[in-house]
Ligand binder design. Structure first.
Ligand SMILES: Nc1ncnc2c1ncn2[C@@H]1O[C@H](COP(=O)(O)OP(=O)(O)O)[C@@H](O)[C@H]1O
Ligand SMILES: [Mg+2]
Length: 447
Protein backbone atom coordinates (compact mmCIF):
# COMPACT_ATOMS: atom_id res chain seq x y z
CA UNK A 1 0.00 0.00 0.00
CA UNK A 2 2.79 2.42 0.95
CA UNK A 3 4.65 1.74 -2.30
CA UNK A 4 1.43 2.05 -4.31
CA UNK A 5 0.60 5.41 -2.77
CA UNK A 6 4.13 6.65 -3.33
CA UNK A 7 3.87 5.88 -7.03
CA UNK A 8 0.44 7.45 -7.20
CA UNK A 9 1.48 10.73 -5.54
CA UNK A 10 4.71 11.00 -7.51
CA UNK A 11 2.63 10.65 -10.66
CA UNK A 12 0.54 13.53 -9.36
CA UNK A 13 3.67 15.65 -9.33
CA UNK A 14 4.18 15.59 -5.58
CA UNK A 15 7.40 15.08 -3.74
CA UNK A 16 6.98 12.03 -1.51
CA UNK A 17 8.80 10.51 1.41
CA UNK A 18 7.60 7.25 2.95
CA UNK A 19 7.98 5.90 6.47
CA UNK A 20 7.16 2.39 7.69
CA UNK A 21 5.97 3.51 11.11
CA UNK A 22 4.77 6.56 13.03
CA UNK A 23 8.09 6.59 14.87
CA UNK A 24 10.06 6.86 11.63
CA UNK A 25 7.62 9.48 10.36
CA UNK A 26 8.15 11.61 13.48
CA UNK A 27 11.90 11.52 12.89
CA UNK A 28 11.42 12.69 9.31
CA UNK A 29 8.99 15.38 10.41
CA UNK A 30 11.49 16.67 12.93
CA UNK A 31 14.14 16.90 10.24
CA UNK A 32 12.17 19.09 7.81
CA UNK A 33 8.66 20.48 7.35
CA UNK A 34 6.09 18.59 5.29
CA UNK A 35 2.90 19.99 3.77
CA UNK A 36 0.92 16.84 4.33
CA UNK A 37 1.03 13.54 6.21
CA UNK A 38 -1.03 10.60 4.93
CA UNK A 39 -1.11 7.86 7.51
CA UNK A 40 -2.85 4.63 8.36
CA UNK A 41 -4.58 4.58 11.74
CA UNK A 42 -3.77 1.00 12.74
CA UNK A 43 -0.06 0.41 12.80
CA UNK A 44 2.37 -1.50 14.97
CA UNK A 45 3.74 0.84 17.62
CA UNK A 46 2.23 4.32 17.67
CA UNK A 47 -1.13 4.55 15.90
CA UNK A 48 -2.11 7.14 13.30
CA UNK A 49 -4.18 8.87 15.97
CA UNK A 50 -1.12 9.04 18.25
CA UNK A 51 0.86 10.53 15.40
CA UNK A 52 -1.86 13.11 14.74
CA UNK A 53 -2.02 14.01 18.41
CA UNK A 54 1.75 14.46 18.51
CA UNK A 55 1.75 16.71 15.44
CA UNK A 56 -1.04 18.90 16.78
CA UNK A 57 0.61 19.16 20.19
CA UNK A 58 3.83 20.30 18.49
CA UNK A 59 1.86 22.88 16.51
CA UNK A 60 3.07 21.22 13.34
CA UNK A 61 2.26 23.01 10.08
CA UNK A 62 1.48 19.70 8.33
CA UNK A 63 -2.06 18.78 7.36
CA UNK A 64 -2.99 15.19 8.20
CA UNK A 65 -5.12 12.73 6.22
CA UNK A 66 -5.80 9.36 7.85
CA UNK A 67 -6.78 6.00 6.43
CA UNK A 68 -8.85 3.58 8.39
CA UNK A 69 -9.30 -0.10 7.62
CA UNK A 70 -12.79 -0.49 8.94
CA UNK A 71 -15.71 1.81 8.73
CA UNK A 72 -14.77 2.35 12.35
CA UNK A 73 -16.27 5.76 12.32
CA UNK A 74 -15.32 6.24 15.95
CA UNK A 75 -11.62 6.68 15.26
CA UNK A 76 -12.44 8.66 12.13
CA UNK A 77 -14.54 11.09 14.12
CA UNK A 78 -11.86 11.30 16.74
CA UNK A 79 -9.32 12.06 14.02
CA UNK A 80 -11.38 14.97 12.72
CA UNK A 81 -11.92 16.25 16.24
CA UNK A 82 -8.18 16.17 16.82
CA UNK A 83 -7.65 18.30 13.75
CA UNK A 84 -7.09 15.86 10.87
CA UNK A 85 -7.96 17.39 7.51
CA UNK A 86 -9.98 14.35 6.44
CA UNK A 87 -9.96 10.55 6.34
CA UNK A 88 -10.62 7.76 3.86
CA UNK A 89 -12.03 4.35 4.58
CA UNK A 90 -10.28 1.35 3.08
CA UNK A 91 -10.83 0.11 0.48
CA UNK A 92 -10.95 3.47 -1.26
CA UNK A 93 -10.95 4.76 -4.81
CA UNK A 94 -7.62 6.23 -5.81
CA UNK A 95 -9.38 9.34 -7.12
CA UNK A 96 -11.04 9.87 -3.79
CA UNK A 97 -7.72 9.99 -1.95
CA UNK A 98 -6.06 12.12 -4.63
CA UNK A 99 -8.90 14.62 -4.34
CA UNK A 100 -8.62 14.83 -0.58
CA UNK A 101 -4.86 15.25 -0.82
CA UNK A 102 -5.22 17.98 -3.37
CA UNK A 103 -7.71 19.84 -1.20
CA UNK A 104 -5.51 19.48 1.84
CA UNK A 105 -2.53 20.93 -0.04
CA UNK A 106 -4.64 23.76 -1.34
CA UNK A 107 -5.80 24.62 2.14
CA UNK A 108 -2.22 24.52 3.31
CA UNK A 109 -1.07 26.89 0.58
CA UNK A 110 -3.85 29.35 1.37
CA UNK A 111 -3.04 29.26 5.05
CA UNK A 112 0.63 29.90 4.46
CA UNK A 113 -0.11 32.83 2.25
CA UNK A 114 -2.35 34.46 4.78
CA UNK A 115 0.02 33.84 7.61
CA UNK A 116 2.67 35.53 5.52
CA UNK A 117 0.56 38.58 4.88
CA UNK A 118 -0.33 38.91 8.53
CA UNK A 119 3.25 38.71 9.65
CA UNK A 120 4.22 41.42 7.21
CA UNK A 121 1.57 43.85 8.39
CA UNK A 122 2.39 43.41 12.03
CA UNK A 123 6.06 44.19 11.37
CA UNK A 124 5.20 47.87 11.24
CA UNK A 125 4.87 48.01 7.50
CA UNK A 126 2.76 51.04 7.98
CA UNK A 127 2.88 54.51 9.39
CA UNK A 128 -0.25 55.25 11.36
CA UNK A 129 -3.06 54.63 8.90
CA UNK A 130 -0.72 54.63 5.92
CA UNK A 131 0.12 51.14 4.70
CA UNK A 132 3.22 50.45 2.64
CA UNK A 133 6.82 49.33 2.93
CA UNK A 134 8.09 50.52 -0.44
CA UNK A 135 11.29 52.62 -0.07
CA UNK A 136 9.56 55.71 -1.47
CA UNK A 137 6.80 55.34 1.12
CA UNK A 138 9.37 54.95 3.87
CA UNK A 139 11.06 58.14 2.75
CA UNK A 140 7.70 59.86 2.96
CA UNK A 141 7.18 58.57 6.51
CA UNK A 142 10.58 59.93 7.50
CA UNK A 143 9.79 63.25 5.85
CA UNK A 144 6.44 63.48 7.67
CA UNK A 145 8.22 62.94 11.00
CA UNK A 146 10.69 65.67 10.18
CA UNK A 147 8.28 68.32 8.97
CA UNK A 148 5.30 67.66 11.23
CA UNK A 149 6.36 70.18 13.87
CA UNK A 150 7.18 72.96 11.40
CA UNK A 151 4.60 75.57 10.46
CA UNK A 152 5.56 75.80 6.79
CA UNK A 153 3.11 74.92 4.07
CA UNK A 154 3.36 71.55 2.41
CA UNK A 155 2.34 70.66 -1.12
CA UNK A 156 1.37 67.01 -1.60
CA UNK A 157 1.37 65.93 -5.22
CA UNK A 158 0.31 62.68 -6.79
CA UNK A 159 -2.36 60.94 -8.80
CA UNK A 160 -5.86 60.62 -7.45
CA UNK A 161 -6.22 57.92 -4.81
CA UNK A 162 -2.53 57.74 -3.84
CA UNK A 163 -3.21 58.80 -0.25
CA UNK A 164 -2.60 62.56 -0.33
CA UNK A 165 -5.29 63.33 2.21
CA UNK A 166 -4.07 60.49 4.40
CA UNK A 167 -0.61 62.08 4.42
CA UNK A 168 -2.07 65.49 5.27
CA UNK A 169 -3.88 63.96 8.23
CA UNK A 170 -0.72 62.16 9.34
CA UNK A 171 1.22 65.44 9.30
CA UNK A 172 -1.46 67.09 11.38
CA UNK A 173 -1.67 64.19 13.82
CA UNK A 174 2.09 64.37 14.51
CA UNK A 175 2.24 68.15 14.77
CA UNK A 176 1.90 70.25 17.93
CA UNK A 177 -1.46 71.23 16.42
CA UNK A 178 -2.84 67.70 16.76
CA UNK A 179 -5.23 68.72 19.54
CA UNK A 180 -6.76 71.41 17.32
CA UNK A 181 -9.03 70.86 14.29
CA UNK A 182 -8.02 69.39 10.93
CA UNK A 183 -10.28 70.97 8.32
CA UNK A 184 -10.36 69.72 4.73
CA UNK A 185 -11.94 71.33 1.72
CA UNK A 186 -12.00 70.31 -1.92
CA UNK A 187 -11.30 73.47 -3.88
CA UNK A 188 -12.43 71.84 -7.09
CA UNK A 189 -15.87 70.96 -5.83
CA UNK A 190 -17.34 74.43 -5.38
CA UNK A 191 -18.11 77.47 -7.55
CA UNK A 192 -15.78 80.35 -6.80
CA UNK A 193 -18.16 82.57 -4.80
CA UNK A 194 -19.17 79.70 -2.60
CA UNK A 195 -15.56 78.59 -2.10
CA UNK A 196 -14.63 82.12 -1.07
CA UNK A 197 -17.31 82.38 1.59
CA UNK A 198 -16.53 78.83 2.76
CA UNK A 199 -12.86 79.63 3.19
CA UNK A 200 -13.02 83.18 4.48
CA UNK A 201 -16.53 83.37 5.91
CA UNK A 202 -18.97 86.17 5.20
CA UNK A 203 -20.59 89.12 6.95
CA UNK A 204 -24.31 89.27 7.59
CA UNK A 205 -26.05 90.61 4.50
CA UNK A 206 -22.99 90.14 2.28
CA UNK A 207 -25.20 88.54 -0.37
CA UNK A 208 -28.74 87.24 -0.66
CA UNK A 209 -29.09 84.38 1.74
CA UNK A 210 -26.32 85.61 4.04
CA UNK A 211 -28.73 86.04 6.92
CA UNK A 212 -26.07 85.75 9.59
CA UNK A 213 -22.35 86.23 9.93
CA UNK A 214 -20.55 83.01 9.13
CA UNK A 215 -17.11 81.91 10.18
CA UNK A 216 -14.84 80.65 7.41
CA UNK A 217 -12.74 77.49 7.40
CA UNK A 218 -9.54 79.48 7.90
CA UNK A 219 -11.05 80.48 11.26
CA UNK A 220 -12.41 77.01 12.06
CA UNK A 221 -8.92 75.63 11.50
CA UNK A 222 -7.37 78.24 13.75
CA UNK A 223 -4.55 76.72 15.76
CA UNK A 224 -4.95 73.60 13.63
CA UNK A 225 -4.49 72.61 10.02
CA UNK A 226 -6.37 73.60 6.86
CA UNK A 227 -6.12 71.10 4.00
CA UNK A 228 -6.75 72.63 0.58
CA UNK A 229 -7.40 69.67 -1.70
CA UNK A 230 -7.21 70.08 -5.49
CA UNK A 231 -5.64 73.51 -5.21
CA UNK A 232 -4.90 73.35 -8.95
CA UNK A 233 -8.61 73.76 -9.61
CA UNK A 234 -8.85 77.26 -8.14
CA UNK A 235 -9.59 80.25 -10.37
CA UNK A 236 -7.01 83.01 -10.91
CA UNK A 237 -8.84 85.48 -8.65
CA UNK A 238 -9.18 82.87 -5.93
CA UNK A 239 -5.45 82.23 -6.22
CA UNK A 240 -4.80 85.91 -5.48
CA UNK A 241 -6.93 85.74 -2.36
CA UNK A 242 -5.25 82.55 -1.18
CA UNK A 243 -1.82 84.04 -1.74
CA UNK A 244 -2.76 87.02 0.40
CA UNK A 245 -4.11 84.79 3.17
CA UNK A 246 -0.93 82.75 3.19
CA UNK A 247 1.46 85.66 2.91
CA UNK A 248 -0.12 88.13 5.31
CA UNK A 249 -1.86 85.56 7.48
CA UNK A 250 -4.93 87.78 7.39
CA UNK A 251 -8.27 87.26 5.70
CA UNK A 252 -11.26 89.42 4.93
CA UNK A 253 -14.65 87.67 5.05
CA UNK A 254 -16.92 88.28 2.06
CA UNK A 255 -18.74 91.61 2.56
CA UNK A 256 -16.76 92.51 5.68
CA UNK A 257 -14.86 95.78 6.12
CA UNK A 258 -12.23 94.51 8.46
CA UNK A 259 -9.48 91.99 7.96
CA UNK A 260 -8.44 89.75 10.77
CA UNK A 261 -5.49 87.53 11.37
CA UNK A 262 -5.66 83.74 11.14
CA UNK A 263 -3.42 81.01 12.38
CA UNK A 264 -3.96 77.85 10.38
CA UNK A 265 -1.19 75.74 8.94
CA UNK A 266 -1.97 75.18 5.30
CA UNK A 267 -1.39 71.86 3.57
CA UNK A 268 -2.34 71.69 -0.09
CA UNK A 269 -2.74 68.82 -2.53
CA UNK A 270 -3.10 68.44 -6.25
CA UNK A 271 -3.14 65.73 -8.89
CA UNK A 272 -2.22 68.24 -11.57
CA UNK A 273 1.18 69.23 -12.84
CA UNK A 274 1.41 72.72 -11.34
CA UNK A 275 4.71 73.51 -13.09
CA UNK A 276 3.03 72.88 -16.39
CA UNK A 277 0.05 74.99 -15.32
CA UNK A 278 2.39 77.83 -14.37
CA UNK A 279 3.92 77.54 -17.81
CA UNK A 280 0.45 77.80 -19.32
CA UNK A 281 -0.36 80.74 -17.02
CA UNK A 282 -3.16 78.82 -15.32
CA UNK A 283 -1.52 78.78 -11.91
CA UNK A 284 0.27 81.66 -10.19
CA UNK A 285 3.95 81.09 -9.69
CA UNK A 286 4.03 83.14 -6.46
CA UNK A 287 1.26 81.02 -4.94
CA UNK A 288 3.09 77.88 -6.04
CA UNK A 289 6.24 78.90 -4.13
CA UNK A 290 4.13 79.89 -1.14
CA UNK A 291 2.43 76.49 -0.79
CA UNK A 292 5.34 74.41 -2.02
CA UNK A 293 7.77 75.22 0.81
CA UNK A 294 7.95 71.50 1.44
CA UNK A 295 6.96 69.08 -1.26
CA UNK A 296 5.80 65.48 -1.01
CA UNK A 297 5.39 63.34 -4.11
CA UNK A 298 3.13 60.32 -3.70
CA UNK A 299 4.12 57.33 -5.88
CA UNK A 300 1.35 55.71 -7.92
CA UNK A 301 0.38 52.23 -6.74
CA UNK A 302 1.73 50.56 -9.90
CA UNK A 303 5.20 51.77 -8.90
CA UNK A 304 5.01 50.08 -5.51
CA UNK A 305 3.42 46.75 -6.30
CA UNK A 306 5.11 45.04 -3.37
CA UNK A 307 2.66 46.94 -1.16
CA UNK A 308 -0.40 45.44 -2.87
CA UNK A 309 -0.59 42.28 -0.70
CA UNK A 310 -0.25 44.42 2.44
CA UNK A 311 -2.99 46.77 1.31
CA UNK A 312 -5.25 43.85 0.35
CA UNK A 313 -4.78 42.35 3.79
CA UNK A 314 -5.39 45.71 5.42
CA UNK A 315 -8.63 46.36 3.54
CA UNK A 316 -9.88 42.77 3.94
CA UNK A 317 -9.47 43.14 7.68
CA UNK A 318 -10.98 46.61 7.66
CA UNK A 319 -14.19 45.45 5.96
CA UNK A 320 -14.33 42.24 7.97
CA UNK A 321 -14.34 44.42 11.06
CA UNK A 322 -16.95 46.82 9.66
CA UNK A 323 -19.25 44.00 8.58
CA UNK A 324 -18.53 41.94 11.68
CA UNK A 325 -17.61 38.78 9.78
CA UNK A 326 -14.46 36.67 9.60
CA UNK A 327 -11.79 37.90 7.22
CA UNK A 328 -11.87 35.78 4.04
CA UNK A 329 -8.75 34.18 2.62
CA UNK A 330 -7.49 35.51 -0.69
CA UNK A 331 -6.55 32.85 -3.22
CA UNK A 332 -3.15 32.98 -4.81
CA UNK A 333 -4.72 33.42 -8.22
CA UNK A 334 -6.75 36.43 -7.07
CA UNK A 335 -3.72 37.96 -5.38
CA UNK A 336 -1.65 37.51 -8.54
CA UNK A 337 -4.29 39.34 -10.56
CA UNK A 338 -4.38 42.16 -8.02
CA UNK A 339 -0.58 42.44 -8.15
CA UNK A 340 -0.47 42.54 -11.93
CA UNK A 341 -3.13 45.18 -12.55
CA UNK A 342 -2.04 48.77 -13.29
CA UNK A 343 -4.41 50.55 -10.83
CA UNK A 344 -5.18 53.83 -12.59
CA UNK A 345 -7.31 54.78 -9.55
CA UNK A 346 -4.51 53.77 -7.18
CA UNK A 347 -5.21 52.77 -3.55
CA UNK A 348 -8.75 54.12 -3.67
CA UNK A 349 -9.53 51.77 -6.57
CA UNK A 350 -7.89 48.84 -4.77
CA UNK A 351 -9.96 49.50 -1.69
CA UNK A 352 -13.15 49.57 -3.79
CA UNK A 353 -12.21 46.32 -5.52
CA UNK A 354 -11.56 44.58 -2.20
CA UNK A 355 -14.82 45.85 -0.75
CA UNK A 356 -16.75 44.68 -3.80
CA UNK A 357 -15.02 41.28 -3.81
CA UNK A 358 -15.90 40.77 -0.16
CA UNK A 359 -19.51 41.61 -0.88
CA UNK A 360 -19.51 39.12 -3.78
CA UNK A 361 -17.45 36.33 -2.24
CA UNK A 362 -19.76 33.45 -1.53
CA UNK A 363 -17.50 31.40 0.65
CA UNK A 364 -14.71 32.19 3.02
CA UNK A 365 -12.38 33.28 0.30
CA UNK A 366 -11.90 35.86 -2.36
CA UNK A 367 -11.28 34.22 -5.71
CA UNK A 368 -10.30 35.77 -9.01
CA UNK A 369 -13.88 35.46 -10.23
CA UNK A 370 -14.86 37.96 -7.53
CA UNK A 371 -12.65 40.59 -9.17
CA UNK A 372 -13.72 42.98 -11.94
CA UNK A 373 -12.82 41.95 -15.50
CA UNK A 374 -10.19 44.63 -15.98
CA UNK A 375 -8.37 43.48 -12.83
CA UNK A 376 -8.49 39.85 -13.95
CA UNK A 377 -6.51 40.95 -16.97
CA UNK A 378 -9.10 40.60 -19.70
CA UNK A 379 -8.15 44.02 -20.99
CA UNK A 380 -4.39 43.81 -20.66
CA UNK A 381 -3.76 44.85 -24.22
CA UNK A 382 -5.74 48.04 -23.88
CA UNK A 383 -4.12 51.29 -22.89
CA UNK A 384 -0.41 51.56 -22.34
CA UNK A 385 0.74 48.13 -23.42
CA UNK A 386 1.06 47.47 -27.13
CA UNK A 387 2.29 44.65 -29.33
CA UNK A 388 4.24 44.61 -32.57
CA UNK A 389 3.44 42.42 -35.56
CA UNK A 390 6.35 42.08 -38.00
CA UNK A 391 5.64 42.57 -41.71
CA UNK A 392 7.74 39.51 -42.49
CA UNK A 393 5.01 37.13 -41.48
CA UNK A 394 3.61 35.85 -38.23
CA UNK A 395 2.23 32.70 -36.63
CA UNK A 396 0.14 33.56 -33.61
CA UNK A 397 -0.28 29.96 -32.50
CA UNK A 398 3.45 29.38 -32.43
CA UNK A 399 4.12 32.59 -30.57
CA UNK A 400 1.50 31.73 -27.97
CA UNK A 401 2.83 28.21 -27.67
CA UNK A 402 6.41 29.31 -27.03
CA UNK A 403 5.21 31.95 -24.60
CA UNK A 404 3.29 29.29 -22.71
CA UNK A 405 6.26 26.93 -22.73
CA UNK A 406 8.41 29.70 -21.25
CA UNK A 407 5.90 30.43 -18.49
CA UNK A 408 5.42 26.74 -17.66
CA UNK A 409 9.17 26.23 -17.48
CA UNK A 410 9.65 29.30 -15.28
CA UNK A 411 6.87 28.20 -12.93
CA UNK A 412 8.39 24.72 -12.68
CA UNK A 413 11.78 26.23 -11.86
CA UNK A 414 10.29 28.50 -9.22
CA UNK A 415 8.48 25.61 -7.57
CA UNK A 416 11.37 23.17 -7.73
CA UNK A 417 9.51 20.96 -10.18
CA UNK A 418 6.42 20.49 -8.00
CA UNK A 419 3.61 20.51 -10.54
CA UNK A 420 0.70 21.29 -8.21
CA UNK A 421 2.39 24.44 -7.03
CA UNK A 422 3.56 25.44 -10.49
CA UNK A 423 -0.03 25.04 -11.70
CA UNK A 424 -1.30 27.27 -8.89
CA UNK A 425 1.29 29.87 -9.75
CA UNK A 426 0.05 29.99 -13.33
CA UNK A 427 -3.62 29.82 -12.41
CA UNK A 428 -4.20 26.65 -14.45
CA UNK A 429 -5.47 23.23 -13.45
CA UNK A 430 -3.14 20.50 -12.37
CA UNK A 431 -4.31 18.43 -15.30
CA UNK A 432 -3.33 21.11 -17.82
CA UNK A 433 -0.01 21.56 -16.05
CA UNK A 434 0.77 17.86 -16.32
CA UNK A 435 -0.15 17.94 -19.99
CA UNK A 436 2.11 20.91 -20.76
CA UNK A 437 5.02 19.59 -18.71
CA UNK A 438 4.90 16.42 -20.72
CA UNK A 439 4.43 18.21 -24.02
CA UNK A 440 7.38 20.53 -23.46
CA UNK A 441 9.51 17.79 -21.90
CA UNK A 442 9.97 19.64 -18.61
CA UNK A 443 9.26 16.88 -16.10
CA UNK A 444 11.83 15.49 -13.68
CA UNK A 445 14.07 13.02 -15.46
CA UNK A 446 13.02 14.29 -18.84
CA UNK A 447 15.19 17.40 -18.67
N1 LIG B 1 -1.07 53.89 1.82
C1 LIG B 1 -2.37 53.73 2.13
N2 LIG B 1 -2.71 52.87 3.12
C2 LIG B 1 -4.01 52.69 3.44
N3 LIG B 1 -5.02 53.30 2.86
C3 LIG B 1 -4.75 54.18 1.87
C4 LIG B 1 -3.42 54.43 1.45
N4 LIG B 1 -3.46 55.34 0.45
C5 LIG B 1 -4.74 55.64 0.26
N5 LIG B 1 -5.56 54.95 1.10
C6 LIG B 1 -7.02 54.99 1.15
O1 LIG B 1 -7.46 55.21 -0.18
C7 LIG B 1 -8.48 56.19 -0.23
C8 LIG B 1 -8.00 57.38 -1.02
O2 LIG B 1 -6.99 58.07 -0.31
P1 LIG B 1 -6.86 59.66 -0.34
O3 LIG B 1 -5.90 60.07 0.71
O4 LIG B 1 -8.21 60.31 -0.31
O5 LIG B 1 -6.21 59.85 -1.79
P2 LIG B 1 -6.02 61.18 -2.61
O6 LIG B 1 -6.30 62.33 -1.68
O7 LIG B 1 -4.61 61.11 -3.09
O8 LIG B 1 -7.00 61.09 -3.75
C9 LIG B 1 -8.80 56.52 1.21
O9 LIG B 1 -9.86 55.70 1.64
C10 LIG B 1 -7.54 56.17 1.95
O10 LIG B 1 -7.82 55.81 3.27
MG1 LIG C 1 -8.26 63.27 -2.23
Amino acid sequence: MRRMLEILFVQEGLEVQTAESAEVAIEALNARPFDLVVSDIRMPGLSGIDLLRRLKADDSPSEVVLMTAYASTESAIEAIKLGAFDYVTKPFQVDELVNIVRHALEKKALKEENVLLKVELSQQEKFGEIVGKNPKMRQIYALIERIASATSSVLIQGESGTGKELVARAIHARSPRAGRPFVAINCGGLPETLLESELFGHAKGAFTGAVATKKGLFDSASGGTLFLDEIGETSPSMQVKLLRALQEKTIRPVGANEEHSVDARVLAATNQDLQQMIHEKRFREDLYYRVNVISIQMPPLRERREDIPLLVRYFVEKYARIWARPAPLVTQEALRALERYTWPGNVRELENVVERAMALARGERIESQDLPDEVRGFHVLRGESSVEIPDTGFALDEVMESLRAAYVQRAMEMEGGVMVRAARRLGISFRSMRYFVKKYGLGAGER
